[in-house]
Design a protein around this ligand. Structure first.
Ligand code: FE2
Length: 430
């Protein structure tokens, strides 16, 4: 049994959770007693303004061996491939863009060193927008912790298990699962070999479950399937390198002790993981298919109702049964901008060319849709019930146009022949 297999989790999304690694260390009936049991310090981590509406308010109380303020002076740390906000993007033509998978380098890289920003929008200082990064890692973060003050991080592993140590405990996250790590909470990532995946760094309002409207009280991602860690703490005897992201820049400092010294905690600002196989997929059982918003796992709202800063959407295995219906996505131009990735299998609108580990970008008002082969097959095929199986694609969809980074355009993975996939679409008018 590996260490990851022995981890225990708490269930729920946005609810009040509590955990103590040493019985009796979690204060009862108050948050900040004059003296915390066993000499621990009380520390509050807030994820929303104190006065945010009750339904959105997020904070957790941490009871730890030493408060996080104990850290040396920070100095700049270069990580030129990590970019932040629209200002770090470069001009790109309004074409659909697609990238082949980028190989994991041989040179040793940990999760933070291996972040490669592909597209950016918004502004971290203004707490709006997102970035989509790839991580290409082959070594664990040893005695190193990362704190991202710019945004929460939604991690979508594509290859390799991640064991993520956070201040609140440990998560083991396999491809097919996702992890959501709160803004400002220290974490460290261990890998079990060459590892690749996607990250949505969300500078805006925290991700939450979408409203379900007429769907009712169940369905899509169910709250109970989100798993938070249980409290666990280091022995505190080893110094730790603290890497902090603030306003797009990385800073590094030496701390006397590990930030993973939280013995007990309670609250609703927690790291969590979710297995996408638990997503209850809804689709048409008559004709036409619904808008892909029906596949929303998590949403980060903007200040315009119904218009997300970012939606995290998945295209999981599902049955297609609709009658007299063109079953792949329609040809479309959307006001929202779409960044896509593929964890495994094939995506039904692009059976060739869009490969696991690859990416695509269809920005606001850029036309796109099924390739010529998918169109032919879907418009001529027999409409028997059909299972799309062994597949997991996803989308980070944003109201803000994405700007590719210089790395994304020059790394050699950009598929210059992408537009050819539509070239075979003929004028069939009679
Ligand atoms: Fe699209």
């Amino acid at each position: 049994m590996t260490q990851a297999d022995s981890l225990h989790y708490l269930s729920g999304f946005g609810n009040e959770l509590a955990s103590e690694a040493v019985p009796g260390t979690l204060p009862q009936g108050r948050n900040s007693p004059q003296r915390v049991a066993r000499g621990l310090y009380a520390e509050l981590l807030s994820g929303t303004a104190f006065t945010a509406a009750r339904a959105e308010n997020r904070r957790s109380w941490l009871y730890r061996r030493r408060p996080s303020v104990l850290c040396g002076a920070y100095e700049p740390l270069a990580q030129p491939a990590l970019k932040t906000g629209a200002r770090d993007g470069v001009a790109a033509p309004p074409n659909p863009l697609r990238w082949n998978p980028i190989a994991i380098p041989q040179a040793p890289l940990d999760f933070v060193e291996g972040l490669r920003t592909i597209v950016v929008n918004g502004d971290a200082d203004a707490q709006t927008g997102v970035a989509a990064h790839l991580y290409l890692a082959n070594k664990s973060m040893t005695d190193t912790a990362f704190v991202n003050a710019d945004g929460e991080m939604l991690i979508v592993p594509q290859q390799g298990r991640l064991t993520i140590t956070t201040e609140l405990g440990r998560l083991a996250v396999d491809p097919g699962e996702i992890a959501l790590l709160p803004r400002g909470m220290a974490f460290s990532v261990a890998v079990d070999g060459p590892s690749r995946g996607y990250v949505c760094e969300n500078y805006g309002a925290h991700f939450r479950l979408p409203e379900l409207g007429p769907i009712g009280s169940n369905g899509l991602a169910n709250a109970r399937d989100f798993l938070a860690p249980t409290a666990a703490f280091d022995d505190g005897s080893r110094p730790c390198r603290m890497v902090r992201k603030v306003g797009g820049a990385l800073w590094v400092a030496q701390a006397e002790a590990s930030p993973f010294d939280v013995v007990a905690w309670h609250g609703n600002l927690v790291p969590c993981k979710y297995d996408t196989a638990r997503f209850m997929t809804i689709g048409s059982i008559s004709f036409d298919h619904p808008d892909p918003s029906i596949f929303t796992v998590l949403t980060s709202p903007s200040d315009t109702p119904g218009t997300a800063n970012c939606d995290f959407v998945i295209f999981p295995p599902r049955w297609l049964v609709a009658e007299d219906t063109f079953r792949p996505p329609w040809y479309h131009r959307n006001v929202m901008s779409e960044f896509m990735g593929l964890v495994h299998g094939q995506y039904d609108a692009k059976p060739e060319g869009f490969r696991p580990g690859g990416m695509s970008l269809h920005n606001s008002m850029v036309p796109h849709g099924p390739d010529a082969e998918a169109f032919e097959k879907a418009s001529g095929g027999t409409l028997a019930p059909h299972k799309l199986d062994d597949t997991l694609a996803f989308m980070f969809e944003s109201r803000w146009r994405f700007h590719p980074t210089e790395f994304a355009l020059s790394c050699g993975a950009l598929d210059s022949a992408y537009a050819d996939c539509w070239r075979g679409l003929k004028d069939n008018f009679t």
